[in-house]
Ligand binder design. Structure first.
Ligand code: XIL
Length: 343
């Protein structure tokens, strides 16, 4: 590809200026050959923004008093996902009584720092209060689910870039079907469609995502099951805008088909996002491969890592993140930054 096209017009005109200068003096010739490095950004968020993408992290409200944590957060990331604060067991611990305090803390702080927000998550079988999981009557559960979606989305209306409307609804293993949950068992498999339709009416400006793990390998039954659902939704006009690939990887990083998976989903007419990235032992190559898969797919709009320092991770024993427990950049940080540069 023409390197000037790849760099975009702003960088291309800078190169042109430097190239003109190069005709005049040998010193400028050195500057010209260094130009691609000179215009590279020095943080993850800024580098991702050069290709119109975001680079985000999960944030825990309980860590916002830690200056090392917030220092890295504001320097490196331009998108935020609340790690737990928007889950049902926090936002509606008892029926009809909503608690937005911890979520608001994260949303207000992100807004003050110009970071976009991913909403996580509205309908999920986990971190679900027992008053919901014990409902056996379909009409009751339907109105409880729709009320929850509506109240939470109304509260955050206009402040959320994308919502994980339904999380982890498909089964592991070879079935390719939805997993058993109170929602599927009481409402039937149509609960996902119902949730997305309710979400669209609540906040028509938010992008609506389906989010899951172990859907990164194209040939897996679970990936195929989610793909068939998204294809069906798009063909029938059920509102869905994006698919989130959690991407909780082992030491080897993404499956070799990951880019194929992302581009096949994108071809259905949805955005794709990497939503909860962490990789056991965080090898540089595994991170670079993951980032490259996204960079190579036009509709891959952003990447979120699931925490800042290894000590912040839900998998802290596996050191899966980009910063060590002292907040220092790890080797994978550099390979990630380089891969975001599109090289
Ligand atoms: C995890 C959080 O990181 C933990 O703090 C919490 O105890 C459990 O949930 N898939 C998801 C995330 O969608 O919400 C989960 O986050 C990780 C797996």
């Amino acid at each position: 590809m023409n390197p000037l096209r790849r760099l975009g017009s702003r960088r291309a005109s800078l190169l042109t200026l430097l190239a003109v200068g190069a005709l005049a003096s040998p010193a400028a010739a050195t500057a010209a050959s260094a130009a691609p490095d000179a215009v590279r950004a020095s943080t993850l968020g800024a580098q991702a923004a050069q290709s119109g993408r975001y680079f985000g992290t999960a944030v825990a409200a309980g860590r916002l008093g830690d200056g090392t944590y917030t220092g890295i957060l504001d320097r490196e990331f331009n998108s935020v996902t609340p790690e737990n604060e928007m889950k049902w067991d926090t936002t509606e611990r008892s029926r009809g009584s909503f608690n937005f305090g911890p979520g608001d803390q994260i949303v207000n702080r992100a807004a003050a720092h110009g970071q976009r927000m991913r909403g996580h998550t509205l309908v999920w079988h986990s971190q679900l209060p027992s008053w919901v999981s014990s409902i056996r009557d379909a009409n009751t559960l339907r109105s409880v689910m729709n009320n929850h979606i509506t109240q939470v989305m109304n509260h955050y209306k206009g402040r959320i870039y994308a919502w994980d409307v339904v999380n982890e609804a498909f089964a592991d293993g070879g079935s390719g079907q939805q997993r058993s949950s109170v929602f599927r068992d009481v409402l039937g498999t149509g609960f996902i469609e119902e949730a997305f339709r309710t979400a669209r009416s609540a906040d028509p400006a938010a992008k609506l995502c389906y989010n899951d793990y172990s859907i990164e390998n194209w040939s897996d039954a679970k990936t195929q099951g989610v793909y068939r659902m998204v294809r069906d939704f798009k063909s029938r006009g059920v509102p869905i805008d994006c698919v989130g690939f959690q991407s909780h990887f082992g030491t080897g990083g993404p499956p070799s088909s990951f880019q194929t998976t992302l581009s096949n989903f994108a071809a259905l007419g949805v955005d794709v996002q990497i939503t909860e990235l962490d990789i056991a032992q965080a090898s540089s190559a595994a991170y670079a491969n993951t980032v490259r898969a996204c960079m190579n797919v036009a509709r891959c709009t952003g990447i979120t890592v699931w925490g800042i320092r290894d000590s912040d991770s839900w998998r802290s024993g596996e050191n899966p993140l980009l910063f060590d427990r002292n907040g220092n950049k790890k080797a994978a940080y550099q390979s990630t930054l380089t891969a975001l540069g599109g090289a």
